[in-house]
Design a protein around this ligand. Structure first.
Ligand SMILES: *[C@@H]1O[C@H](CO)[C@@H](O)[C@H](O)[C@H]1NC(C)=O
Length: 653
């Protein structure tokens, strides 16, 4: 890497009076750096790579980690591989810098990474154009990336696309990712002096410099968040006399993979903030992006907005979070942006909309409004395929109380309309492909979802909501806590090491759940994990015991919904622990890694297990659920909901 001198940031005008108009945007470039400033913030980019090497909003201190090399402060990276080859982690750097637009109101610059045959194996076969925009009056900058595959490129698998910001660790100590998930964070050194735990991305902070943090567990996955909620996170220089906030604002999820309930990382020890565009976190191999040889592609990731704010005094540091929340809502209101230089970013007036009203009718019951349902468009596929869809755009909303919905700002193209309704199992898909035209608005009118059901409910366990959170989540070990979640019952599942409580609670015999006696909130462990012995991990068999007053001749159905699975194989038998003729025997399913990463939900799966009534008896019955893969502590299944249905009656057919 060539040596650089540091171009001076464009001067920051500390107090912009409300009555004078903001200063013009200025652009300076030489053959090493591009510097853009508007009197409020100044951004230094390496030329022609496009790494973010300096970011300033007051004084002369770089907000980014000045002590890091220039390639290691702000960058976009892609994890990918050629078929059969090991994975490559690539920091994307441009070879060609150009100015897209530069006037007093806006500067947009571009850094393009090309692809040539000589780059095979060393650079991802995708042309990547990284863009930065600074506008007059804005306390922050926009960034986005255009991924293009022209004809003729080799096959490739892409696992992850993200932007990384590494901040000045001398100043940024306080992290905020939601109204309640905020704390003073450990340092990187606290991690290196700590003790790696069973899943080594988690570290016990045995030597943390701050005694209040010493003895806690740190793991970046404890700060994961569903895509739908992953729109604002960042850091505050809490200890400064005039604290500064650094925020990653993601005003739309349209470019992320896996839909609204996919989880991903936010900010973590570093101090680091991420802008996750796509990843395999909590989804595994099913959510990779796979390109065939010659397959063409075009997608815009972002824009996102990096927002900087400051407070006049130390005591007001928390106001930077609430100010950023307000800023997020302003940015969401401006979406889709109308000032983006690339014609590949579809502006508001060329987007379309879909509206309608969704009802849910469980067989045998009356149609009712599908309130608070997740409803959205994703590339055409089977019902539920959106959660594994990573290539295209997705557009989601939640229905109103009366089931009505309106999905706006849709990029033209062909989609299916998908939904899932909290409180009901299964996936809805609208019957035909929907073609969105520029400026078009489609009203689908009244839609009805009939969730799977073969007969009346005999009993049920849990709530069908694609999460295991309603089950028994134990308290953490007192020597393995993240204090942030000690008084936050909603996030208790994010504590480290909860899986180990299983063997403690069920030292000899596995979990037995007795319908009508047990309470799933207390008696159904949040995950069917493996049993630990001193030397190994063992499979477990859970039992559901229930009484039948009489057996109706015909087929019963066990509706079994999983919230997540990791390298598991589920085998189910009725009334015969030794049977090898399983009522259900899955393949090896799932690599969500939700147990190790404290996730509580990953990819949703639904099984309808049909059992002939001659396998059931009048009186006491037992269902055996065996998770038969036990290589480590981290295989297992998180159930969402289980229901036994008796044979169909005329009402239910
Ligand atoms: C029960 O299910 C089996 C297997 O799906 C099917 O072959 C059989 O016809 C069903 N029996 C009744 C009574 O519906």
């Amino acid at each position: 890497m060539k040596a650089r001198y540091c171009l001076i940031p464009i001067p920051i005008v500390r107090r912009v009076s409300k009555t004078t108009s903001p200063l013009a945007v200025k652009l300076h470039a030489d053959n090493q750096q591009v510097v853009i400033g508007n009197g409020i913030v100044s951004l230094n980019l390496s030329n022609p790579e496009g790494y973010i090497i300096g970011l300033y909003n007051s004084g002369s201190d770089n907000i980014l980690a000045q002590k890091n090399e220039e390639i290691d402060r702000g960058y976009l990276d892609v994890v990918w591989n050629d078929a059969g080859k090991p994975g490559v982690f690539e920091r994307i750097h441009g070879t060609n810098y150009s100015v897209i637009e530069a006037n007093d109101d806006i500067v947009e610059v571009s850094f393009v990474k090309t692809w040539k045959t000589s780059m095979k194996g060393s650079s991802v076969p995708i042309i990547i154009d990284q863009r930065y925009i600074l506008r007059r009056g804005d306390s922050g900058f926009y960034s986005y990336a255009i991924f293009t595959r022209p004809p003729g490129l080799p096959a490739v698998v892409v696992y992850q696309i993200r932007i990384v910001y590494k901040l000045d660790d001398a100043r940024f100590h306080y992290m905020a990712i939601s109204d309640t998930r905020q704390r003073k964070m450990p340092t990187m050194e606290d991690r290196t002096t700590g003790q790696p735990l069973a899943y080594p991305e988690a570290v016990l902070l045995t030597h943390a410099s701050d005694p209040d943090i010493r003895g806690e567990v740190d793991d970046k996955y404890q700060y994961s968040c569903d895509n739908k909620d992953n729109s604002l996170h960042g850091w505050i220089t809490k200890d400064d006399s005039a604290p500064v906030g650094f925020w990653v604002i993601t005003p739309s999820n349209e470019f992320r993979n896996g839909g609204p309930t996919k989880q991903d990382l936010t900010s973590h020890v570093g101090p680091t903030s991420l802008s996750m565009f796509t990843s395999t976190h909590y989804g595994g191999k099913k959510v990779i992006i796979s390109f065939d040889e010659g397959e063409t592609y075009k997608k815009v990731f972002g824009p996102i907005f990096v927002y900087l704010n400051s407070a006049p005094s130390q005591t007001q540091f928390k106001s930077l979070w609430s100010d950023a929340v307000e800023k997020l809502s302003t940015e969401v209101g401006k979406w889709p942006y109308d000032f983006i230089g690339s014609k590949d970013f579809i502006p508001p007036n060329q987007r379309g909309a879909v509206s309608g009203q969704l009802q849910v009718q469980d067989r045998g019951g009356k149609a009712q409004p599908a309130s608070n349902s997740y409803i959205g468009l994703a590339l055409p596929g089977n019902a539920g395929s959106w959660q594994e869809e990573s290539k295209g755009y997705q557009f989601w909303t939640q229905t109103e109380k009366d089931g009505s919905f309106s999905i706006k700002n849709i990029v033209p193209g062909d989609y299916n309309l998908y939904s899932w309704v909290p409180g009901f199992i299964g996936d809805y898909k609208y019957k035909t492909t929907i073609t969105i035209k520029p400026g078009g608005h489609i009203n689908l009118g009244s839609l009805v979802y009939n969730p799977p059901r073969n007969g009346p409910t005999v009993w049920e366990i849990g709530i069908p909501d694609r999460s295991a959170a309603e089950f028994y989540v134990p308290d953490p070990y007192s020597n393995l806590v993240n204090r942030l979640y000690l008084n936050d019952s909603k996030n208790g599942f994010r504590q480290y090491g909860l899986w180990a409580r299983y063997t403690e609670l069920y030292p000899k015999n596995d979990l037995i759940y007795t319908v009508g006696v047990s309470d799933y909130r207390k008696d159904w462990f949040y995950a069917q994990v493996t049993r630990s012995t001193a030397t190994s991990s063992l499979p477990t068999t859970w039992q559901i015991r229930f009484q039948l007053q009489n057996v109706i001749t015909g087929n019963y159905t066990l509706q079994l919904a999983m919230a997540s699975a990791t390298n598991s194989k589920l085998e189910i038998t009725f009334n015969n622990p030794k049977a090898t003729a399983y009522e259900l025997s899955t393949e090896l399913i799932g690599d969500d890694n939700t147990i190790a990463r404290h996730g509580i939900h990953g990819l949703y799966k639904l099984y309808a297990v049909v059992v002939d009534s001659n396998h059931l008896v009048k009186g006491k019955n037992i269902i055996y659920l065996t998770q038969s893969v036990a290589k480590t502590l981290f295989e297992g299944i998180m159930y969402d909901y289980i229901r036994l249905e008796s044979p169909p009656t005329t009402k239910h057919t």
